[in-house]
Ligand binder design. Structure first.
Ligand code: RAT
Ligand code: ZN
Length: 430
């Protein structure tokens, strides 16, 4: 872009008000959720019982519950929700982030939380028209689009994709491939059953067939990118099947189709399997593997969110070295106000606006409301400090520039990163 001399007029509105306005009015493209297009029916979780049995809350309820784990799992969803409501909301104050999130959500929907009446809350949800409710929630959350996490290995969602359906234009797709990379023994058999000529040994023919599988599913989902979550020990290059499949099939597929590959390192699955989905933990990741991937495959774009707080600084430095690396979100145990604040400040200081501060990871439709409301509050606070420091140099930021910058953070920058590099002719201007 040619250099410009545009000096914004002096704006007398306080900076905090201008930032708050930009944050509140800029729609978010939520790049990682576990929500489903309404065409998936009951797979799109919604309502107070689903909000209460969220696995973040299950883990917290078991801090206090004394019953055997199995006794809880034998209950119906409704009963589990009642136990959690009793334990986390009535027996003590609901101060944790996940608890407060339920209340932020209810309050935003116009439900009076002061009554503490689960029956009345249930009544409110069952009175909603499901179709209109989806768009209303997305609008209330200030979210323009959500990206689903779609796995061909999921027996509940696969048939829906195979049958085909009319897509909701606000639900995008990412192709999730954890089983393919992390349990090749099993997924090899699954792929064989689906007609791919793969063998347990990762021969060139097998890798070619895995690419064919990825191609078929990328087309079917119209996926924007591929995703995998990884254990802390993952490294690259390596003799593990995951590393060899990434090199021989995933990276070539992503390069060929122009899709980024999102890596989510740091999850230790099943630390306490008795907690089922709530039983996963966190570990410090080795990031050399990521550095080697970025270095070896400069044409492939890697989007990364790591689960350990202690990995965040090294990741920022790595992103300064590799433009094919994009950091996103404060994932899972990091999605709490104090850590979002710390990470957003550090990322802004080290990376400017070239990252995506947050994704929601919502599993229940209405969670979009609190996850984005809470994140917007924290990101807003960090941005006020950031622009305040900037303006103390004498530099002025116009309202349009604030909107532009927030738009970049709320999805614009990820979209730019995800778009294949421009043709060389366009580079002449730089
Ligand atoms: O945050 C979560 O809900 C976790 O259970 C995981 O789904 C995690 O976000 C993931 O995508 O693996
Ligand atoms: Zn997730």
């Amino acid at each position: 872009m040619a250099p410009q001399t545009r000096r914004p007029a002096r704006n007398t509105t306080p900076l905090a008000t201008r930032v708050a306005k930009a944050i509140a009015t800029t729609p978010v493209q939520d790049i990682h959720t576990h929500l489903y297009d309404p065409a998936f029916g009951e797979l799109l979780l919604s309502g107070i019982d689903d909000l209460l049995v969220y696995h973040y809350l299950v883990a917290e309820a078991f801090r206090y519950l004394t019953v055997p784990f199995e006794a809880f799992w034998r209950l119906s969803k409704r009963e589990q929700a009642e136990w959690i409501w009793q334990e986390l909301f009535l027996e003590r104050s609901p101060v944790s982030e996940a608890c407060r999130g339920v209340l932020t959500t209810l309050e935003a929907l116009g439900i009076d939380v002061r009554r503490r009446d689960l029956r009345q809350i249930r009544g409110w949800f069952s009175a909603q028209d499901p179709r209109r409710h989806v768009d209303r929630v997305l609008d209330l959350a200030g979210v323009s689009t959500v990206c689903m996490t779609n796995s061909p290995f999921d027996d509940l969602e696969r048939p829906v994709w195979e049958r085909g359906f009319r897509r909701h234009d606000r639900f995008k797709s990412a192709l999730r491939i954890d089983p393919l990379l992390l349990d090749w023994k099993k997924s090899c058999k699954t792929l064989q059953a689906w007609g791919y000529k793969v063998s347990p040994a990762l021969t060139p023919r097998t890798l070619g067939e895995v690419r064919r599988f990825l191609g078929d599913w990328s087309r079917r989902l119209e996926s924007g990118f591929l995703m995998v979550s990884l254990p802390p020990e993952f490294t690259f290059p390596d003799q593990t099947e995951a590393a060899r499949l990434i090199e021989g099939a995933v990276v070539p597929h992503c390069t060929e189709t122009g899709q980024p590959f999102a890596l989510m390192p740091g999850v230790r699955r099943g630390v306490n399997p008795r907690l089922r989905m709530a039983g996963d933990g966190v570990g410090l990741s080795r990031l050399e593997g990521l550095r080697n991937l970025c270095d070896a495959f400069p044409e492939t774009r890697f989007a990364v969110t790591a689960l350990a707080r202690e990995n965040q600084h090294e990741l920022c430095v790595l992103a300064r070295k590799f433009r094919n690396l994009h950091l996103f979100g404060c994932w899972w145990f990091l999605n709490t106000p104090s850590l979002i604040g710390e990470m957003t400040q550090m990322r802004t200081e080290l990376l400017g606006l070239s990252y995506t501060p947050q994704h929601s990871d919502a599993r229940v439709l209405e969670q979009l409301i609190y996850k984005w409301r809470h994140s917007r509050e924290v990101i807003g606070r960090v941005l006020v400090q950031t622009y305040d420091a900037l303006e103390s140099t004498g530099w002025r930021v116009s309202e349009g520039e604030l909107r532009r910058d927030v738009g970049a953070l709320f999805g614009g920058e990820f979209a730019r990163f995800s778009t294949p590099a421009p043709a060389p002719a366009a580079m002449r201007h730089r």
